[in-house]
Ligand binder design. Structure first.
Ligand code: UD1
Length: 354
């Protein structure tokens, strides 16, 4: 069996790595295609290196611009290269512009499509990722899903065949590299700190919203030092605002996977709008204050350690106080988030004939 993996962003790399490393064990061959959506050394090269991913066979180097322009430019580029690989399946992961571009190109070329992390829904159409999820799933042939809510979402949309609950592949990566993460030196010297990441358009693209969040973070940093790993999108918007940042809100560039995990795993709590961090903090039992009004990952809230903080001023600070007082909830790990999702996926694939 031959698979073609299409990736483009940091979270895509983390999700594809376990399939890349397990494929040969199942006698499966693959090609790895990078759209180029994430091109920064911190967001691409450093992650490839840390995850021991082989260099992509092709990097389309398509980045920047609006989601529509990104997807639009990816389509003809993918159309010209995908048939050369003659794969049994195209595999896309997650919910990014590269995911949906890969899915559309595959189906228009008559290729069979697998979506890893299918079925997640936030119900929030203002998120580019929600559009990408729904469009991708509408043309997917085989779904591998992370949590039971996703199975129900797919059922409601009429997808009942070839839907497999296999657990969370991001946790495979976390577990595989855990010994190495533990051995890493921590670049943060403060004994107690919280970690911040934020890149969603809803939080960073509106100046007033970003200003309010940064003002809240400045205040929180008076209670506990904050380490803010600033995504390029966020950095560009912050630069425009010229807002004063407190010295205890430390701004750093994004880190490689191993260093990032070390900083997160040693943090007291996390403030984020990232989907991946919601999942990882739940597995790690680290409190996660998620700066979003909704989530496509409901088990991180119902079972795990995440709370949604919609009002980023007062509510965020109230939740910080709860964490600091030691009264924050404790979480459970959702079923099948056990580091064996990639093996379940590949084993299942060998049994399916479409
Ligand atoms: C993307 C994904 C999001 C994912 C996130 C993780 C979509 C719709 N969104 O958002 O689901 O959680 O990645 O990082 O696909 N930029 C750089 N350097 C880079 C990458 C981006 O400077 O390495 C700049 C771009 O030029 C652009 C902005 O950051 O101006 C946004 O990048 P984009 O690729 O649109 O998406 P992300 O915000 O990174």
């Amino acid at each position: 069996m031959k698979l073609t993996f299409i990736v483009g962003t940091r979270p895509n790399f983390v999700k594809i790595a376990p399939l890349v490393s397990s494929a040969s064990k199942f006698g499966i061959t693959y090609n790895l295609i990078h759209t180029g959506q994430h091109y920064d050394t911190h967001l691409s090269d450093d992650i490839f290196r840390d995850l021991q991913l082989p260099p992509p066979e092709i990097n389309l180097k398509i980045s920047g611009g609006s989601p529509v322009s990104q997807i639009g430019r990816m389509l003809p580029a993918l159309e010209s290269i995908l048939p050369k690989f003659s794969p049994d399946y195209i595999v896309v992961v997650g919910d990014t512009n590269s995911t949906v571009a890969g899915a559309l190109a595959a189906k228009h070329l008559g290729l069979k499509l697998i979506h890893i992390e299918g079925g997640l829904r936030s119900g929030d159409w203002s998120m580019p990722e929600e559009i990408n999820r729904v469009v991708t799933d509408s043309i997917t042939d085989i779904f591998f899903v992370t949590e039971s809510a996703a199975v129900n979402n797919l059922r409601k949309e009429g997808h009942t065949k070839n839907v497999y609950l296999v657990g969370n592949i991001m946790i495979d990566t976390l577990l595989k590299f855990r010994p190495e993460i533990l051995r890493q030196p921590n670049p943060i010297t403060e004994p107690k700190y919280a970690l911040v990441t934020m890149h969603r358009p809803a939080n960073v693209d509106q100046p007033e919203k970003l200003r309010a969040i940064l003002a809240g973070l400045n205040r929180i940093s008076q209670k506990i030092p904050l380490v803010f790993l600033v995504h390029p999108r966020t950095r560009a918007e912050m630069h425009k605002l010229k807002i004063k940042i407190s010295p205890s809100l430390r701004l750093l560039p994004p880190l490689g996977y191993l260093q990032m995990q070390k900083v997160m795993q040693n943090s007291y709590f996390v403030i984020t709008d990232s989907g991946g961090l919601q999942d990882e903090t739940t597995w790690l039992h680290i409190p996660c204050l998620t700066i979003r009004p909704n989530t496509e990952r409901p088990s991180t809230v119902s079972l795990g350690t995440s709370v949604l903080v919609h009002d980023t001023g007062k509510t965020l600070e109230t939740q910080v106080d709860i964490v600091l007082s030691g009264k924050y909830k404790t979480g459970k790990i959702p079923p099948l988030w056990d580091g064996r999702s990639a093996d379940r996926i590949l084993k299942q694939l060998l049994k399916i004939t479409l």
